[in-house]
Design a protein. Sequence first.
Length: 256
Amino acid sequence: MAITPANVNGPAGVSTQLTLTAIYTDGTTLDATQNAIWITTDPQIAAVGVNGETAGLLELLTAGETTAAATFAGKVDSTQVVVSEAELVSLDVYPGAKSLPKGIQQQFQAIGIYSDGNSAILTNAVSWHTTDSVIASVSDQGLLTANGTGEAKVTANIGGFTALADLTVTNAELALLQIVPLGVIGPIGKRQQLTLIAYYSDGTTSDATQQATWSSNAPSIALVNNNAGRQGELYLLGEGSASVSAAWDGQQLLRT
């Protein structure tokens, strides 16, 4: 088993998602993050989500060193965690500019640069806004919805720092859907994230995974998650083959 990242070094006040990968003797792998039990040796320095949807989410609380560990199938792996006293010196938003068709969503990320030269993802820590909610609205987690055609700016704010991204919403039409990866092979118990890519008439693309409706023709073999925030998660439950489909914006794509 292996936890990634292998080491965590960051300032207090930020969070990092740890991932646990189980490696099998036949060379296949399994994302065991949500099936593992997580702990830190000093929860006052850094706390970690124990299991379920927050499993592996590491929150850096105060300066010092600790260890984060995960247990799965009787095996344990760990990673060193160092929390620094560095201060935020700048804030960036990614993507910095985006053109989107009306009606789709786009995840924005906020990146903080610190006085020690390190960077951290601050997406869930900043305050998100748009300059025109008629054109686009954005959630507290940076998920933007393109509501109407036109131009607007996406803003992220934290601790007196502000970052901007330019946004253009167009009338482009959906031309093609594609599920990736094209096929999934693995042992019973494997979890695989499927992604639905939408291609538009103006040449732009969008990740439509979280907006699509997912289904499997044999859920006892391959079950696909359709719950909000976890759409497209595929679980291999039994031997055999199955077909997974994703429907969105009036189109449906079938994959085996």
